[in-house]
Write a new protein. Sequence first.
Length: 544
Amino acid sequence: MAKRNYADLTKAELIQLLDARDRRDATRFGLVWEANEIERDKALNQDFVSLDLDHALSCGDAPWKNLIIEGDNFDALRYLRMTFAGRVKCIYIDPPYNTGNKDFVYNDHYVDKEDLWRHSKWCEFMFQRLTLAKDLLRQDGVIFVSIGDDEIHHLGMLMARVFGEANYVANIIWQKVFSPKNTAIHFSGDHEYLVVCAQNASEWRPNLLPRGLEAIDRYKNPDNDPRGVWTSSDVSARNFYSLGTYAVSSPSGRVIESPPPGRYWTVSKENFERLDKENRIWWGKSGNNMPRLKRFLSDVKDGVVPQTLWSHADAGNTQEAKKELLDALQLQGNERVFSTPKPLKLIDKILRLATDKDSLILDFFAGSGTTAHAVHKLNKEDGGSRRVILVSSTEATTDEPGKNICRDVCATRLRRVIEGYGENAGLGGDFAYLRCRRISPGNITDVDHEQVWIALQLTHMPTFTTFDESQKFMIADHDGQRLIYVPHLKARGSQMLLEAALESPSTIVYTWQSELVRQRLVTATNTQIEPVPESLAQRFGLRI
């Protein structure tokens, strides 16, 4: 159809083509939900989004490198797409599981099990946000999504639709509890899932995980081999190998005419004899056993490939998670502040296999703030400089209008993690506390100077500082590039601006007076000039 010349078709022919297309779309393999039948998500809007800085709720002194953003994550993700597109290494989210037990809010109402559109509402809600999140990932980036039984099948197909089937990586099973629930009617629900997709599966590779002590303990050195400790593996296999049926002789003189029945040596006779000569074949202490291949610890990789089954022993459990949260908030065990936190061990394992020491991590269902806690903990441990962005709503309702999970749980926890609490020493670090503000497209000129300066720094710099009204223009430098924001250029500031622009090999100037500034910087050939607010609107996806 794409190559047809539709202008030459009759009305009847066009109707026939459209009918065929509708039938094809209705029966296409994949996830389909009633997006046009359900009530539209009120969070979806076309407004421009800016961020307001709350100094009182921020932690540490500027410049800040970590962010906590309070607001609807649809708004926050559109803002982050404007400032961080293609820069995030790892996304982890723990979205509502849609259990029907007041865990999923759609248009200010909880979605319960009796809602006929329950799954469609969840799919539409997630689709809008995952589509935005995809634009934030680097080409070697990856996303991990926690989920339960209620939506695991829909999520898998939804992720395939957003990221492409070829970029599906794994479905991890996490054993979230360490003892069965004897009150269960059918089975004790002991696990949850992590669906993993890459931006580009051909470019993303997980880091090897540290080799456990129990794995290293398997390596011995019974023959005092000078190459060090080793373990052995079978030198035969069931897979057919045309050169794998020959006789071998053990050091004791025993002749083994062939491999065990139904098996084949995994190497040719020539290679077997070479390995035996190099003392890489183990015949047992008596020299009379079936041959095995020696594998030296020094020859194996520094770590192990991650598996898809994560036990509570190495990825934590829900009981640990609740205790970690209550300890950080310095609350008693009978107080409920957040019902479904994730354990530090779980997020730590994700960070170890999916990030480098300088990676940017995003969690736009931040909840209790475990992701940021784990990032700061790992940075302290390995000297990393990972940065983290958390997005959380207040979760306020008509029954609890003053509720603010982002401020009272997420930010409070991270502040205590940074500064220290109880017997736990502070891990160091910082965060800026910001709130989303919507601005209608027709009023985009209402964006104030601090909001502009924050957006520009987040786009070009790894950290950001506050706007200083006493300065003629704001300057930030990073990695050979200078960023300058000119709110209003006066004649006496022109020479100073020119000198500031020429001090760096590469300068980008944002200004509300682009033509005037271009005239004043005509000799600054190293300088790029961008108009405000047009450049922000264009990057955001608005036409003004």
